[in-house]
Design a protein around this ligand. Structure first.
Ligand code: MN
Length: 339
């Protein structure tokens, strides 16, 4: 079978591998059907991932069909259409004991620390697979994993009906957070320097769009909220200065959520946090959000179809990654198919 492997930074190759074999009786063999290209895959390719090791078969947004099952597999059968939950955790560390295996001390992310799904077959423990609804195609189902990220972020923020939410960044993650919080009954302001993305965000449900190249974001948010500020601010960009601004723009009793992976330091005002009693939280991966997202997923298919802008056969991965590198392409989610 074939697999897409990042050998080292900027060196991605289509390699030949043996089809994996079921080694433990709780495992199943999945014929991969579709995978999504995520920003973190691009980071591994560029050598800018703070966590990945090489060489690595990347891909953690993975959808397929079960072709073989181990003897102890009880909930899944051959022919089932499934999505992969890409994290494995120890169950023993502090985070795991709190039910937050997504930040496990010994966390292993499939496609980052272990070989992922950009290959024709993958062997996985049964517990990492969730059945996708019949009416959802393999290509559409790729968006389930990114939606769990939005669901986690909004849960971490404690978004409430009627909240006014500000999202920095109208890329795929920002848009998914937008859709998630709109679904909870929030009003949403989204900020991005790319007008094409903003136009799309507006169509996607944003109540207000701001472009910091033209708009004074803080001033505008104050105006739109009668001076209150945003109750929840998501940083889905990751430029350090944005975080400092987010603390300023947040309302009293507000929440500020970092989704960024930059380790560049930035000066912040502690007064903003103390005086307004802000909750400043991080969000990473997801914990137990697949069921919730899958249940709701069929009702969101129109949105999902808008987010998926390009589909390539996996052997055209070079074209697909070129497109994802092109900041002006206007591409949303890029999906690779394996059939
Ligand atoms: Mn992803």
């Amino acid at each position: 079978m074939k697999a897409i492997q990042v050998v080292k930074a900027y060196d991605m190759q289509l390699i030949e591998k043996e089809i994996p074999k079921i080694k433990k009786n709780n495992e199943v063999l999945v014929k991969v059907m579709a995978t999504g290209i995520c920003g973190s895959d691009v980071h591994i390719y560029h050598g800018t991932s703070p966590v990945a090791t090489y060489p690595r078969v990347i891909g953690h947004e993975v959808v397929g069909q079960i072709v073989e099952i181990g003897s102890a597999v009880s909930k899944l059968k051959i022919g089932d259409r499934v999505i992969m939950e890409p994290i494995e955790y120890c169950g023993k560390c502090y985070a795991c004991k709190l039910g937050r295996g997504n930040v496990c001390q010994n966390l292993k992310v499939i496609g980052v620390h272990e070989d992922g799904g950009f290959q024709e077959y993958i062997c996985l423990p049964e517990k990492l697979l969730h059945i996708i609804p019949d009416e959802v195609s393999y290509i559409q189902a790729v968006m389930i994993e990114p939606y769990t990220i939005g669901c986690q972020a909004s849960w971490r923020a404690g978004v409430l009906e009627g909240d006014i939410v500000l999202i920095y960044g109208a890329g795929p993650v920002g848009l998914i957070v937008l859709d998630t919080v709109k679904n909870l009954g929030a009003t949403c302001i989204i900020s991005d320097i790319n007008d094409q993305r903003l136009a799309f965000a507006k169509e996607f449900g944003a109540d207000y769009t701001l472009n910091p190249l033209r708009d004074q974001v803080e001033e505008k948010v104050r105006e739109l909220t009668g001076g209150m500020g945003a109750n929840v601010v998501f940083d889905a960009v990751g430029i350090p200065s944005i975080f400092a601004n987010a603390l300023k723009i947040a309302s009293v009793a507000g929440r500020v959520v970092s989704m960024a992976f930059t380790d560049e330091p930035t000066p912040i005002s502690m007064l903003e946090i103390t005086k307004k009693e802000l909750n400043v939280v991080g969000t990473r991966h997801q914990t137990k959000k697949f069921k919730e997202v899958i249940m709701d997923f069929p009702s969101r298919i129109d949105k999902i179809d808008k987010l998926i802008t390009h589909v390539f056969n996996f052997e055209e991965y070079e074209k697909a990654f070129e497109l994802s590198d092109d900041k002006n392409s206007g591409a949303g989610k890029i999906v690779l198919t394996y059939y």
